[in-house]
Unconditional design. Structure first.
Length: 555
């Protein structure tokens, strides 16, 4: 078993014991071992998400839009309008829907303000896992992708840090976080954006590693062919720090194209086809990916690495990723184009001479629809009791209450205090200590990367989610937004913690590292266990719920 240093696992005796049953790093058996543990971690997180998934058996918060849209898309191909209530008793349509009366939609097409992919994902659960009226069915897809994200994050962390315990810590933290649990148990769109962008990020990491291998092989050949054109330089970064090596005056091979980048472009197109915020991830991930390519050229030893990276990596990458991303997004609207009664489908025919007149009628109507959507998203400022300034999201200052109900009797944990009022709540609040620690680790990680581990490419990986998923919202501080949108940056909150933990692993005595990390994990686990009932709609005494409201803004 190869070890980077004695602090990786501890003392030599411990290493010998572990090596007796752990496969050698780099072997197929080791790869299978890492996959098995990653899958087990995802199973653990999946249990927390799927247990009692049908509770509460009611339309929760914005499920009122997406679940009913998904059902009518499944039934008719396009979202349809619904009345708010029906019958002489004005029974809410959401109540009827939750109890299986799902045929009350109107024939008119609904004006939806988000692209269709997320609703089609919800429709998959409705199709195969019980149909409308079954809360498990309409939440299945969000629970599945929330579980899948744990597996993907384990693999991402393993590729970034090359340390299995760190990778498992990443999966564990994502498994126990409250926002991850709540958003996996609620049929909203944001979990789908999270899994698409996380999988795209994983693809770009794989591209980075394979591109480095190609550059290394090409450098060896170029250095032999052009041995007369080199100069010794001092390497300040990387594994050969303090040594000399050849810096070749050559451009190196083309590494822009790979099928991993194609996959990333498709996944980012699907993210944009769920919500437009996927656009920011596409822009940020694409830029970071080509910066990694250029940095790889530098690390391998090529001169003029930035300019050559721009010409041989950035421009070709944009040339194929942009059309694939845009084509994927356009394909997500296939149903709208196929159904003549979809919303604004005939706008161009009804409004001759208006809009983008040089486009065919179908595309002219499509552009007008998008113009209306843009107006909606950029002018939405209707006050809401749970709206939250985007700048406060990483600190979970104003979580969203998804569900609240007073119940009779003493079910669940209410049996512990039968004299108290019994309540059922779903609060989309992350594990507060995890989010506060992660936000701190982002700042600490930047300091480490800038002043201690200069040139560490992984800080761009840690920052990517924040730049793509959080920072763009700073331009919409006037808009009505909610803290649960921050689910898309949760994987990078976790990666920030892992980045600092990995630095401690490499620079702190093994015993101190294990004790410190172990203590943090225990505390975070206890906090998650404490909050789990109000994340998952368990009946609890009112005083128990109130004890969780640490900040006045959480109520």
């Amino acid at each position: 078993m190869r070890l980077r240093n004695k602090n990786t696992w501890g003392h030599a005796s411990t290493v010998r014991k572990l090596s007796s049953f752990m496969p050698a790093a780099g072997s197929r058996a080791y790869a299978a071992y890492t996959w098995a543990l990653s899958i087990l971690m995802a199973v653990f997180g999946g249990i927390l998400r799927f247990a009692r998934l049908g509770s509460p058996h009611a339309i929760v918060f914005d499920e009122t839009y997406y679940v009913k849209d998904a059902w009518t898309m499944l039934m008719t191909g396009e979202p349809r309008n619904w009345p708010k209530s029906v019958g002489i008793n004005n029974t809410p349509i959401d109540t009827l829907f939750a109890h299986g009366d799902t045929q009350g939609w109107l024939q008119s097409a609904e004006y939806v303000v988000h692209p269709p992919i997320g609703k089609w994902m919800i429709a998959i659960g409705l199709k195969f896992f019980g149909g409308a009226g079954d809360a498990f069915a309409w939440r299945f897809s969000t629970a599945f992708v929330g579980t899948l994200a744990i597996l993907v994050l384990c693999r991402v962390a393993l590729r970034m840090f090359h340390n299995l315990p760190i990778a498992l810590i990443a999966g564990f933290l994502l498994s126990i976080d409250g926002l991850g649990i709540v958003m996996s148990r609620t049929a909203l769109l944001d979990n789908f954006i999270m899994i698409f962008v996380l999988m795209a990020f994983a693809c770009l990491l794989i591209h980075k590693d394979k591109a480095y291998e190609r550059l290394t092989a090409a450098y060896a050949q170029d250095s032999q062919r052009r041995s007369a054109r080199f100069m010794p330089v001092l390497i300040r970064f990387g594994k050969n720090r303090g040594k000399t090596r050849l810096t070749l005056d050559a451009r190196g091979p083309w590494i822009a194209f790979s099928w991993w980048r194609v996959g990333a472009a498709i996944l980012l197109g699907l993210a944009t086809g769920t919500k437009w915020s996927g656009i920011y991830f596409f822009a940020v991930f694409s830029v970071i990916s080509v910066l990694w390519d250029a940095w790889n050229r530098r690390e391998v030893g090529y001169r003029n690495w930035f300019s050559h990276g721009f010409l041989k990596d950035a421009l070709p990458t944009a040339g194929f990723m942009l059309p694939i991303w845009a084509g994927t997004y356009l394909a997500s609207w296939t149903g709208w184009f196929l159904h003549s009664d979809s919303y604004l489908h005939n706008w161009a025919a009804d409004n001759p001479g208006q809009g983008v007149t040089w486009l065919p009628e179908g595309l002219r109507s499509f552009v007008e629809y998008h113009r209306e959507m843009w107006d909606f998203h950029t002018t939405l400022d209707t006050p809401h009791s749970y709206m939250a300034n985007p700048l406060t999201w990483p600190l979970q200052i104003r979580p969203t209450s998804f569900y609240w109900e007073n119940v009779n009797g003493s079910p669940g944990l209410c049996a512990l205090s039968p004299s108290s009022q019994c309540v059922v709540a779903v609060t989309s609040l992350g594990n507060p200590l995890l989010w506060w620690l992660g936000s701190l680790c982002v700042l600490v990680g930047i300091v480490i990367a800038c002043f201690i581990k200069k040139g560490d490419w992984r800080i761009l990986a840690v920052a990517a989610g924040f730049i793509g998923g959080w920072l763009p919202w700073a331009q919409y501080l006037h808009r009505t937004t909610f803290t649960f949108y921050s689910i898309v940056i949760l994987p990078w909150i976790v990666l920030a913690i892992c980045y600092v933990a990995n630095w401690l692993r490499e620079n702190v005595a093994a015993v101190n590292y294990r004790v410190s990390v172990g203590a943090v994990l225990v505390v975070l686990s206890i906090v998650s266990l404490f909050f789990y009932p109000i994340w998952t709609a368990m009946p609890v005494p009112y005083e128990f719920w109130l004890a969780h409201m640490w900040l006045p803004s959480w109520i």
